[in-house]
Design a protein around this ligand. Structure first.
Ligand code: SF4
Length: 330
């Protein structure tokens, strides 16, 4: 673990590897859309990522998890010293290879020994505690967090890639007594409306300034992170969706981070007839009836947004010509 390739964090710490997908009767294969595309599950099944250790199954309710040694769990203390030396607060994403709030009994000793005390000992680190189970999160933390508020450097977040899951998870997230709350909308799979009660209220801006101190709880979204889909089966994202979230955030004073387009990006000005892998998305917000083509012509493209499969790297992360790297203030 260490310096992360994920654009919105500096470090990543995994407390363990392994998880159980969340089920959703409406989702692909009966799973939450984000779990359906879980890259961690794919990575955990690849012996390459296990190094010298022999791979064992870590996905599902009936198998164990891959835990680590003390040296691994103490790494954040080093990161905190470096951040203090550099006088810059650094973000830590916990965790990329599972869900810290999965709620299994074998995970509790790890949380109690290696997460909560370390969060309290690292005021120069901002802990991004992302979960798809925000309804469990507050019941798993120490009693004094629940009573006095989570430390100001512990930011709970949840994943919401559809309106349905936003409406289910965000109210649970915002009940957590924390200074900051964030949403990860990746891969964004439809237009999402941020409900008024999630983004405006009497406490916006009224937050403590000292990292490590208990916070004055607020119950609003502070940060929205958006990205498209990557991987071999990635589908294009309608550009209207990230634009809509960006504009809703701007209107509400919520920080907006555009992580990436994913595999597909708005097509550049290619000559009609130039071969490639294109998707035509009808202009608007609706679930796209995507038409795939190798040769978009000016007539087939009219009335459509043309997306091209160029690969994640080439697709980049510019939205309407600029990067969006906003982060809420401490
Ligand atoms: S790690 Fe996250 S995306 Fe993957 S199965 Fe668990 S909850 Fe779902």
């Amino acid at each position: 673990m260490g310096i992360s390739s994920i654009e919105w964090t500096y470090y990543t710490l995994n407390l363990w590897w392994g998880c159980q997908e969340i089920f959703d009767l409406d989702g692909p294969d009966g799973q939450d859309p984000a779990c359906h595309d879980c890259y961690a599950r794919v990575r955990a099944a690849n012996p390459y990522w296990w190094g010298k250790q022999t791979l064992f199954p870590v996905w599902g309710n009936d198998v164990g998890r891959r835990f680590f040694n003390e040296e691994h769990y103490l790494e954040p203390l080093k990161w905190n010293r470096a951040a203090e030396r550099d006088k810059v607060a650094r973000r830590v994403f916990c965790m990329s290879m599972g869900d810290w709030a999965e709620g299994r009994p074998d995970q509790k000793p790890i949380l109690d020994r290696w997460l909560y005390p370390i969060v309290e000992q690292t005021p120069w680190l901002i802990w991004l505690l992302l979960t798809k189970r925000p309804q469990l999160a507050n019941s798993l933390v120490p009693e004094h967090w629940r009573r006095d508020g989570w430390p100001v450097n512990a930011w709970p977040g949840t994943t919401a890639v559809t309106q349905k899951w936003a409406d289910i998870r965000i109210p649970h997230l915002l009940r957590i007594p924390a200074s900051h709350h964030f949403i990860s909308a990746e891969p964004l799979t439809e237009d999402i409306t941020l409900r008024t009660e999630w983004i405006s209220g009497p406490f916006r801006g009224d937050i403590p300034r000292v990292a490590g101190e208990a916070c004055l709880p607020r119950n609003l979204i502070d940060w929205v992170i958006v990205g498209g889909q990557s991987g071999k089966d990635a589908v294009p994202m309608n550009p209207a969706w990230p634009r809509s979230l960006r504009d809703q955030c701007a209107a509400a004073g919520v920080s907006f981070h555009y992580k990436q387009w994913g595999e597909w990006a708005p097509a550049g000005a290619k000559r009609p007839g130039t071969p490639g892998r294109f998707a035509l998305i009808p202009t608007g917000f609706d679930e796209p009836s995507i038409e795939l083509t190798e040769f978009p012509t000016s007539s087939t493209a009219s009335g459509s947004v043309v997306m091209e499969r160029v690969g994640k790297k080439a697709a980049g992360r510019l939205l309407d010509g600029r990067e969006w790297n906003e982060v809420p203030p401490l």
